[in-house]
Design a protein around this ligand. Sequence first.
Ligand SMILES: *Cc1c(COP(=O)(O)O)cnc(C)c1O
Length: 379
Amino acid sequence: MKFNTKTIHGGQEHDPAYGSVMPPIYQTSTYAQSTPGGHKGYEYSRTHNPTRNALENAFASIENGKHGLAFGSGLAAIDAVIKLLEPGDEVVSTNDLYGGTYRLFTSIFKKFGIKFHFIGMENASNIECYINEKTKLIWVETPTNPMMNIIDIKATAAIAKKHQLLLAVDNTFATPYLQRPLDLGADIVMHSATKYIGGHSDLVMGALIVKDKDLADRLYFIQNASGAVCGPQDSFLALRGIKTLHIRMQRHCENGRAVAEFLNNHPKIEAVYWPGFESHPNHDIAKAQMNDFGGMVSFTTKGNNYEEAIKIVENLKIFTLAESLGGVESLAGHPASMTHASIPREEREKTGVVDSLIRLSVGIEDEEDLIADLKQAIG
Ligand SMILES: *Cc1c(COP(=O)(O)O)cnc(C)c1O
């Protein structure tokens, strides 16, 4: 089965009871037993739920994995991965990281004795400088948020293999439509399904996908033991989202390209961060590991004026000023005052999050309307 067919049919069976084409929403916490232990494979919904299982099979299918796990949020999925580790273990992680991931690593897991190295991975050989006998995991996010840096997954997987480390890739921005990390040698793929997978800004959910049975069993144990699962209603919505992932992503990419090119030619714009430009420092890697370049575009204005950036995001009419990304509707964010406001200016500026940086999640509206909106807002 090819990708587009997988989004619709991957891992799915028609409901055995009545043949319903969509899996029913099994809104139940528990399942009747005929005798103690005599059940039909389901005992309690933290452990298993048929609607969630249908979704987990779809996750596994679209990422070319064997086992999928669905969680109550992206961060709950990341939390489960780090719980594979022991006190004293070390993690080498991307530095330009989703803020919530950074907070989870530094504010929660650091105090349980896990050490994190946050480093620039645009040059993969840099990673080996931080590996020692305590290192257990490499955590990669690519493209990164909000600077759209690209990390070479295949080269990183080779390093992980050489040192017998796990490689986990946060594939939220790219989705399996654009890149499939398991095919490139990663061990774990993670998603905030809240974003492109759900695709309609109507749920919060996380996912993990792996190939290895042993690793899957350890993660299923953590999922059940820690309990951060998603409910059947949200599982249904995510399944419905996946069925249109390929056509949504195609349009996100087309509109993202149009917006990036418009901004690049605008006299008031200083820099545009989008991996599709040949001038992007890792364009060649993006081209090799991604099928297209996605709908996320960040930019700065000439003069780097904080108030001007605020005015632009306030002026936007079709783009909604909001956190999050990946929905059908276009969103705009101002990282310096929103997602990265808690990071001291000096720190955030080191990774490029300057005062005038604006991040766009380009939706699937008409391209002309999006460009007209940006034109009037930038002035
Ligand atoms: C949103 C996001 C997360 C966290 O996911 P939640 O569903 O909000 O918990 C992790 N990584 C990336 C890249 C994200 O955009």
